[in-house]
Ligand binder design. Structure first.
Ligand code: UT7
Length: 371
């Protein structure tokens, strides 16, 4: 029988720096009242120069591993969902693998914009259910502030930085990820896009002059699309697990806009109290928003083992999707990892690996060694 994929660890990391609506109102023509009424956002977090998608991802991952009591060396796979990677290549996932010292893990980035975390959970769960891997780390990490035009009031009021991580583990006990629905529609690709910097429009003076390295968005169209798909995809994922909406304890939606969440609640005829909403404090952290909201729901005692929770999101692509999870407790109760010593050890490990590569280079010059 296929093993089940349980979520056994969770963690989040957000920058310390808070950017309030009033501070934004000093930068662009907007007001705290407009932003609150149209989006529900009061403030967001902004990464400092020494923080990046990989550093936030690593912080969140270490917390998730600590909750799961799993050593990074026991990971088989690391998936980092991000639309603000450190580089086009190498993947941010590989940088995180090195920072964790996850010696046995494969690592790759996944890009499905704000829906990415749901895509990543589904991919990790399928890999576990196939029997090919046992322990998977899934991270959603963003520093979209680096791609924000701080003179564009249509977009700069929305986004914030942060990361969230889950550990998924195989078990014969039923539960964990019960169903997932993934959808896309590339005909809406132009509605939310970062035009330059890829192979279609490589970075140049011209692209920078035109601001094409920033996020561009048709807010009204994205809003309309989002309100349509949120309730529809929630229903589809619940039906895929042969359950009904009454069987769902909690809904954790992508945190883009309070009005979009309220509209989904109305069309599902589910009271807003069964939704987790924290958009007022973090803004839209894209693919990180669902795991961050999950960590807060756990801290507040709103999500407990045995509960059924739906994650639902939408974003650029266009992409949208949902996953239904029966919540689990960590498998291993006793403490097995010590983040402080681990952090120290992985730095030494990474340094030694670079040193060995350097020494090999000196010995072999530009030639490849005969192996
Ligand atoms: O993860 C997915 C990411 N994207 C989203 O989720 C975005 C979804 N869309 C939205 O959340 C909303 O469309 C926005 C919050 C972006 C905009 O709210 P809206 O109610 O759809 O406003 P609007 O674009 O229809 O603009 C209404 C008015 C316009 O003025 P006029 O043309 O009516 O005179 C805008 O120029 O509000 C103006 N406006 C602003 N005014 C003050 C737009 N942005 C601002 C602003 N401050 N920041």
């Amino acid at each position: 029988m296929s093993p089940y994929a349980h979520i056994t660890g969770w963690g989040m990391a957000v920058p310390e720096k808070v950017l309030t609506n009033d501070e934004l109102a000093e930068m662009v023509d907007t007001t705290d009242q407009w932003i609150r009424e149209r989006t529900g956002i009061r403030e967001r977090r902004i990464a400092s120069p020494d923080q990046s998608s990989a550093t936030l991802a690593t912080e969140a991952a270490l917390q998730a591993l600590e909750v799961a009591n799993l050593k990074p060396s026991e990971l088989d796979l690391i998936i980092v969902s991000t639309s603000s990677p450190e580089h086009i290549f190498p993947s941010t996932a590989c940088l995180v693998q090195d920072r964790l010292g996850a010696a046995k893990a494969g690592a790759f980035d996944l890009l499905a914009a704000c829906t990415g975390f749901i895509y990543a959970i589904s991919t990790a769960s399928q890999a576990i259910r196939s029997g090919s891997v046992k322990n998977v780390l899934v991270i959603g990490a963003e520093t979209l502030s680096r791609f924000t035009n701080w003179q564009d009031r249509n977009t700069c009021i929305l986004f914030g930085d942060g990361a969230g991580a889950f550990v998924l583990q195989a078990s014969e006990t039923p539960g964990g990820v019960l169903s997932a629905v993934l959808r896309s529609d590339g005909s809406g690709a132009d509605l939310l896009t970062l035009p330059a910097g890829g192979s279609r429009l490589p970075a140049s003076h011209d692209t920078v002059d035109k601001g094409q390295h920033f996020i561009h968005m048709n807010g009204r169209e994205v809003f309309r699309f989002a309100t349509r798909v949120m309730s529809q995809t929630t229903r589809e994922t619940v039906e895929a697990a042969q359950l009904t909406l009454d069987d769902v304890d909690l809904i954790i939606p992508h945190q883009a806009n309070q009005r979009i969440i309220e509209s989904a609640a109305r069309s599902l005829d589910i009271p807003l109290e069964r939704f987790v909403i924290n958009v007022e404090r973090y803004g839209n952290t894209s693919t990180a928003s669902i795991p961050i909201a999950t960590c807060e729901a756990i801290q507040q005692g709103r999500l407990n083992p045995g509960d059924r929770v739906v994650f639902v999101g939408f974003g650029a692509g266009l992409t949208w999707g949902a996953a239904l999870i029966e919540w689990s407790a960590p498998f291993l109760p006793e403490k097995a990892i010590y983040p402080f010593t681990y952090r120290l050890w992985v730095r030494v490990r990474s340094y030694l690996r670079r040193l060995i590569r350097h020494i090999e280079g000196l010995i072999w010059g530009s030639k490849y060694p005969d192996i």
